[in-house]
Design a protein around this ligand. Structure first.
Ligand code: 13P
Length: 305
């Protein structure tokens, strides 16, 4: 029989202390997993937290590239992910062979890789970025340089439109965000005409064009908290609504008509978090030669702030 969440969270909390572990989780995780976490954040905040924690063990509740980033930044810590197969379908749209071919076609170009990539892609890139700092990162590069941007074409187009830089975009996308349709936003606005629209920059240009706020998950949380509006249409993975409600108990948040769900973000459950603390598994490690190169591109991003 399934134990109640409260009981599982108590067991996780006790074991976490014994193991000197910290649980960090992304806003797309299941609500109860978010509730068990010591720290929640967008990809940038989670990378920073992983670099700064004093804990010996990091339990990463997110997808593989996030745990890998933590391990790249904190190689002396044990980084574990409760489900080994929690991949990011967007990260899987690019491989090293494909990136090398693109680099061959544009030999003078610098490569900006979205953090939603495998360590091997980060190792082949000049600098990393997240959805919250892609504009700053691109603006930090010499104006006369060509730039390849991988792998999300929507984030690439959005970053290009804001910075005015022509970017050579890899044609990957995140199905969860790319499937949010402009018509769904229109329908939601018909039902809630005074609502503000918040969307993630992995959405299509058409959807982004309808938004009052385009931001990372943390950016949307900030916007909802600071806005005087009382209602919001949320154009990103529905997991974020849990935290939006906690931080804004008197405001109302509407998912799109077909709620955006990331299947791999939902693989981690409280039972699996407990199991991973008991077994200190699955450990995420990156080969040292790849780690050093990948760390360079992440450090470059972190230095920009
Ligand atoms: P954020 O960095 O905005 O949290 O995005 C993470 C992500 O994986 C979006 O698909």
């Amino acid at each position: 029989m399934k134990k109640p969440d409260k009981e599982l969270i108590k067991e996780i909390t006790d074991l976490k202390k014994k193991r000197n572990a910290v649980i960090i989780a992304h806003y797309y995780q299941r609500p109860e997993v978010q509730d068990a976490a010591d720290l929640l954040g967008d990809s940038l905040a989670l990378s920073r937290a992983a670099a700064e924690t004093n804990a010996e063990v990091i339990v990463f509740c997110g997808v593989n590239f996030m745990a890998e980033t933590a391990s790249i930044l904190s190689p002396d810590k044990k980084v574990i992910i409760p489900v080994r197969d929690a991949g990011c379908p967007l990260a899987d749209t690019i491989d090293v062979k494909g990136l090398r071919e693109m680099k061959k076609k544009h030999p003078a170009a610098l490569v900006v890789c979205y953090v939603n990539t495998a360590a091997e892609i980060k190792a082949e890139s000049d600098i990393c970025c997240t959805s919250s700092n892609s504009i700053k990162v691109v603006n930090s590069l010499p104006p006369d340089k060509e730039i390849i941007f991988v792998p999300d074409k929507n984030l690439c187009d959005y970053t290009s439109s804001v910075t005015g830089r022509r970017l050579i975009c890899w044609q990957g996308d995140c199905a969860t965000h790319a499937n949010i349709k402009a018509d769904e936003i229109k329908e939601a606005l018909k039902l809630h005409p005074s609502a503000k629209v918040m969307v993630h920059p992995e959405c299509t240009a058409e959807v982004i064009g309808m938004a009052d706020c385009v931001g990372s998950t943390a950016g949307m949380l900030r916007y909802a908290g600071e806005s005087s509006a009382g209602e919001f249409i949320v154009g990103t993975e529905v997991g974020i609504i849990h935290q939006l409600k906690i931080e804004n108990p008197f405001k109302v948040f509407y998912p799109t008509l077909e709620p955006a769900l990331c299947p791999t973000m939902k693989l981690i459950t409280l039972e699996k978090v407990l199991w991973s603390l008991e077994n200190l598994s699955h450990e995420v490690k990156v080969a040292e030669d790849i780690r050093i190169k990948a760390k360079r591109s992440i450090d470059g991003m972190l230095a920009i702030g």
